[in-house]
Design a protein around this ligand. Structure first.
Ligand code: SF4
Ligand code: MG
Length: 338
């Protein structure tokens, strides 16, 4: 039931209590030890805010966060400092997330200083080990971020995130800003580190193929809400929510001969504003099923009643009153000779 509503400011910068921006509006998911949970959705769906709110880098405005069975919502002081060592973040922008005036050694060593932790070998040796572990030259300890490429900078951000041996890392679009050729290297590094250090990831992305590659389970977000959560293979093979179906139908297939065999489900209209989200199901203004398949009585339910996340099969949750495969015609292609 996690929420993050941002108050809107009027011109006088006085927060308005009415109509906040509902960036995250009552989402629920579990995160299992050692897994990667992918969070996908269009930009503006609230996935980054969700990631930051889960780590309480942003204070939630509703709902709870439980960690190892304990409610940690709003914890403060020493307890929070200890929890912070267990939960870290890798940011999207490998340029903006590193202080340009600090050396790599200072950046990667900062978590030790902030937490007052003295590694047995000393901070410098520890940082050099971390740099080597993420594929950077430990001798480059005294260099500055601008002396590194985008992929190398993201490795620096990853070294900083694993410095204190956390349990959970939220990766917010960690490869979106990188060249495609570099993306796979960084994803592979994250996977290696996960195995080596028994890490649990929340992996936020808008790229469905990257999410498919790295995730064990996937949550699909739209306008501040979770539309569907399922095992990766189940979600990609058997999407039950009209939004997930539309997202997946837009992904190009690797085999161009097959591509025409797949119907594209087109989303019409713009993403509505999270200040005044549509009534009932927030997706109803763009839902192909609503537009093409439902009776007026069913439509009234979509516009009048908010669909809750509910389990329709084991470990498969959908927030839709009418889940199930769409009735789209599959275009038959002439057989193409091999
Ligand atoms: Fe579409 Fe209605 Fe389901 Fe919303 S509840 S996704 S409008 S069918
Ligand atoms: Mg984002």
């Amino acid at each position: 039931g996690l929420k993050k509503h941002f108050p809107r400011k009027t011109r006088g910068l006085i927060p308005r209590a009415d109509s906040p921006v509902k960036a995250v509006d009552g989402i629920s998911f579990e995160l299992h030890r050692g897994e990667t949970l992918g969070i996908v959705g269009e930009s503006g769906c609230g996935k980054s805010t969700a990631g930051r709110t889960v780590l309480q880098l942003l204070a939630p405005t509703g709902g709870t966060i439980e960690y190892l069975g304990e409610d940690i919502t709003g914890v403060k002081g020493a307890k929070w400092r200890r929890l912070r060592t267990e939960m870290q973040m890798v940011f999207q922008d490998p340029y903006g997330s590193l202080n340009p005036r600090q050396t790599v050694g200072a950046i990667v060593g900062a978590p030790f200083h902030i937490q007052g932790i003295k590694p047995p070998k000393g901070v410098k040796a520890e940082v050099q080990d971390l740099l080597a572990r993420v594929g950077l030259n430990p001798e480059h300890y005294n260099r500055y971020p601008h002396e590194f490429s985008g992929g190398q900078r993201q490795r620096i951000g990853i070294a900083r995130a694993i410095a204190l041996r956390p349990n959970v890392i939220v990766c917010d679009e960690p490869v979106s800003a990188l060249d495609v050729s570099i993306q796979a290297q960084v994803v592979n590094l994250l996977e290696d580190l996960q195995n080596e250090f028994d890490l649990t990831y929340v992996f936020i992305a808008h790229d469905l193929s990257v999410v498919r590659h790295i995730s064990d389970r996937v949550a699909v977000m739209y306008l501040g809400k979770v539309m569907e959560v399922a095992d990766r293979d189940e979600l990609y093979a058997n999407p039950q929510h009209p939004y997930t179906q539309a997202l997946l139908s837009a992904v190009p297939l690797p085999d161009p001969r097959k591509e025409n065999k797949r119907d594209r489900i087109l989303l019409t209209g713009d993403l509505p504003s999270p200040i005044n989200p549509p009534s009932g199901c927030v997706f109803h203004t763009r839902c192909p099923k609503f537009r093409m398949e439902l009776s007026d009585a069913d439509k009234a339910r979509c516009t009048g009643e908010i669909p809750q996340q509910r389990e329709i099969a084991p470990m498969h949750e959908v927030a839709c009153h009418f889940p199930g495969a769409p009735k789209v015609e599959i275009l038959e292609l002439e057989e193409v000779p091999e």
